[in-house]
Design a protein around this ligand. Structure first.
Ligand SMILES: [Mn+2]
Length: 358
């Protein structure tokens, strides 16, 4: 598997007529090596891959030679890396691929090991490779999603009037960790009442009150892979308008999810949800995109949005998460993460989407 991933990088190098590439981001070093420690760097030449890390990780990293890596010990920090670079790339005016997420300071230091290079941004190429998940990735993501499902069913029993948003967020994260999550996939959103009109509101000491909507947007990171789900439920009967909004969001989420399959566009998947919400008169209250890719990072390619140029392919993982948010009233969002297949898609999350009243 990792040999295939290394091969896909060497293919990018060949296709873009590069002499090599430098990979420094944690998500990409993980993708190409399974190595999750910090402070490591992968250097690709046209033929070979070098994995460099320091003393703390060298024992773990030594196993990477079975994937075809030459493992290099960094003894003197950056100096060791620049020395390695200057050995690997001797000539002038060679072309090196880099990620645009690398910090300017770090990149500037790396340049000292290279001779007047031409730099090519390969960030997009890497995102494209990573947008299609292999079997191992899908099973890790399914596990991350099932951890979130477990936490959600626990929370439905845990919540009661008077519990604070922070207590709910902490409980969610605790239960996810107890069930195998390394950490939350992103800052847990647990908001209630009128605050649910803020798509990314921050949990605070607000207590749950009767008739409150409660929106939970959260996920687990399991062995590097993220899950992402959102549910809105109600503490006692919702107001007439919020119940109506729930039904519209439910329909938009369901129809967009039912629409998704291989070769549909990210634009049209977004349009299915957006048209339903607009036709009910709530278009201007749905101010974000319908979905995004998920994987090693919580936001990856492809996007399901009005600006998307993406065409969905088998084994892409995307969220489907329409919402309606009305200032001073509240909001509803329902989100599943799905895997695209030839004739449809299937959700990784299995928590009920129907309206829940506690
Ligand atoms: Mn999401």
């Amino acid at each position: 598997m990792y040999k295939n991933r290394i091969k896909s990088m060497l293919d990018i190098i060949a296709k873009k007529e590069l002499d090599g590439a430098i990979i420094t981001s944690r998500d990409n070093t993980m993708y190409f090596s399974s190595f999750s420690g910090t402070d490591s760097i992968i250097i690709f030449t046209r033929e070979k891959a070098y994995f460099a890390t320091d003393f703390r990780y060298i024992e773990t990293a030594s196993s990477l030679s079975s994937y075809g890596y030459e493992v290099v010990l960094i003894e003197e920090g950056l100096k060791s890396i620049t020395t390695l670079l200057s050995k690997l790339f001797v000539e002038k005016n060679i072309r090196i691929g880099y990620e645009n997420t690398v910090s300017y300071g770090y990149f500037d230091s790396l340049k000292k090991g290279l001779n007047e290079c031409v730099y090519a941004d390969i960030t997009e190429d890497l995102l494209t490779i990573r947008s299609i998940k292999d079997k191992t990735e899908i099973s890790l993501m399914a596990k991350a999603a099932s951890i979130a499902d477990m936490a959600f069913s626990h929370i439905l029993k845990f919540v009661k009037i008077g519990v604070t948003e922070i207590e709910i967020a902490a409980e969610l994260e605790y239960v996810m960790k107890k069930n195998g999550a390394s950490f939350p996939a992103f800052d847990t959103i647990a908001i209630s009442g009128k605050k649910t009109s803020m798509p990314h509101g921050v949990p605070d000491s607000k207590k749950l009150m009767n008739h409150d909507a409660v929106t939970l947007d959260f996920g687990a990171n399991y062995k590097g892979y993220c899950s992402d789900m959102t549910r809105t439920f109600f503490m006692g009967t919702p107001s007439f308008e919020l119940e109506r909004i729930y039904k519209i969001v439910f329909k938009a989420q369901k129809e967009a999810q039912d629409y998704i399959k291989e070769n549909v566009t990210g634009f049209n998947a977004d349009k299915v949800a957006r048209d339903i919400i607009e036709s009910e008169g709530y278009g201007k209250f749905f101010g974000h995109s319908t979905g995004h890719g998920v994987g090693l990072l919580i936001h990856e390619e492809p996007r399901l949005s009005v600006k998307s140029k993406a065409v969905l392919k088998c084994n892409m993982a995307v969220t489907v998460e329409p919402g309606i948010y009305i200032p001073d009233l509240g909001g509803v969002r329902i989100e599943n993460t799905v895997i695209v297949e030839k004739g449809g898609c299937y959700p990784l999350n299995h928590s009920v989407k129907e309206l829940i009243v506690i």
